[in-house]
Design a protein around this ligand. Structure first.
Ligand SMILES: NC(=O)c1ccc[n+]([C@@H]2O[C@H](COP(=O)([O-])OP(=O)(O)OC[C@H]3O[C@@H](n4cnc5c(N)ncnc54)[C@H](O)[C@@H]3O)[C@@H](O)[C@H]2O)c1
Ligand SMILES: [Zn+2]
Length: 373
């Protein structure tokens, strides 16, 4: 069971892969102090980050703090953005680790958003058949979702996240002060995953996001801390029950079937969270038309997404045919039918034949897509 060791430290119980998630502000010295305590053989911490964060000097600040405490970290970076999350880039970074003479006694520190986190986890899973890694998420999205749970990987040309591995981090530091420099569009985009968590499991989180939207949009640190704790607690509970996505964990894919298709069809012009935001009302309309999800809650959710400034309509440049074609390539598709994660109500997901992914006839998907124009 997810357990709070103190108000700022959550423990995720995954047997030998268990770890803590530490929440707070300005956590660089905590990270440095705890590297020893983690008993990782930290001969060489490697901070993996992206070009935007380097420009802001944030990984360099962590590097300086680690140096003050007697570590000798190096920094590797790559061009920011989803287009870097590929096989070639991961291979290049693996080569760079070897060039630096990194051995099994290396600990990787993923310092960045979901792209850095997914790439770092994948590299940590494969370098010398596995080295430990720490997540320091720096975006709303990664502080809501991607930094825990151990799903790592890269995109293939035809499908997102299509090559990867399960690899849990050794520890996660959710430092909300890092969100100060996040561009507004990225900030808002990440809100989609928080709203998703409210819909799938926790009506009180959904209420919190409705009631506190001004504070959240003004980046009130206390509100951000509260939101991240609640969201990661929800995800943590799901991951504990189903770490390898055999069943329950599928609920975390709400909005992602159509969302991923739009993301890939847009050539990654739309951000991940924006596509999830577009995908959520599509899934809810499908749920309304098939399993009786209340019509007024479709409106309530759509209103909240709108209030955060998130897109809820499918771009006209992407056709329904294209979305449908891509959803059939989705990992969840089965027997030639796209499958969707559908809620029965806010806070309650629908189970179909013991699974949380329901095959949906194409005409129902088409009707929901038409409404999203
Ligand atoms: N593994 C999982 O469970 C999981 C879950 C959800 C999403 N994801 C993945 O996460 C990725 C999206 O993550 P993301 O939205 O964090 O994108 P991202 O990592 O690309 O970061 C978004 C942008 O913000 C910049 N940035 C990051 N932190 C910053 C900061 N503190 N200040 C200023 N700029 C900053 C980055 O350079 C980038 O340009 C997708 O690839 C998605 O597939 C993974
Ligand atoms: Zn997502």
């Amino acid at each position: 069971m997810v357990e709070w060791i103190d108000p700022n430290r959550m423990h995720l119980d995954l047997g030998k892969d268990s770890y803590d998630i530490v929440f707070g502000k300005d956590l660089n010295s905590t990270v440095a102090d705890e590297l020893e305590e983690l008993k990782l053989n930290t001969h060489r911490p490697v901070i993996l980050t992206d070009s935007n964060l380097i420009r802001l000097g944030l990984p360099q600040a962590l590097q300086a703090t680690l140096e003050e405490k007697g570590h000798a970290p190096i920094i590797l970076d790559f061009p920011a953005g989803e287009r870097s999350k590929n096989w070639q880039r991961a291979g290049d970074l693996l080569e760079q680790l070897a060039d630096h003479g990194c051995g099994r006694d290396t600990v990787l520190i993923a310092f960045g958003g979901g792209v850095v986190g997914d790439m770092s986890g994948f590299i940590a899973a494969t370098y010398t058949r596995g080295i430990p890694y720490i997540q320091i998420p720096t975006t709303v999205l990664s502080q809501a979702d991607s930094s825990i749970g151990g799903k790592t990987g890269v995109d293939l040309r035809r499908a997102k996240n299509a090559a990867g591995a399960f690899k849990q981090p050794a520890r996660v530091y959710v430092d909300i002060s890092l969100l100060k420099t996040l561009p507004y569009r990225e900030y808002v985009s990440g809100m989609a995953e928080h709203i998703k968590h409210g819909i799938i499991q926790d009506p009180s989180l959904f209420d919190f996001l409705e009631a506190n939207r001004y504070r959240i949009l003004e980046r009130d640190l206390e509100a951000l801390l509260e939101m991240s704790k609640r969201s990661l607690q929800i995800k943590g509970r799901v991951v504990e029950i189903d770490p390898h996505e055999k069943g329950l964990r599928r609920i975390l894919n709400l909005g992602h079937t159509a969302g991923h298709a739009i993301e890939s069809a847009s050539g990654y012009e739309r951000l991940h969270g924006e596509c999830v935001s577009t995908g959520i009302p599509i899934a809810l309309r499908i749920a309304r038309d098939t399993i009786g999800f209340p019509a007024e809650d479709v409106q309530r959710v759509t209103r909240l997404l709108n209030q955060y400034g998130l897109p809820v309509t499918t771009p006209n440049s992407i056709s329904d045919d294209e979305i449908i074609r891509i959803t059939l390539l989705d990992k969840k598709a089965k027997g030639g039918k796209a499958r969707y994660c559908l809620p029965k109500a806010i806070g309650q997901m629908h189970e179909f034949n013991g699974e949380y992914a329901t095959p949906v006839p194409e005409e129902i998907v088409r009707a929901a897509l038409l409404e999203s124009r």
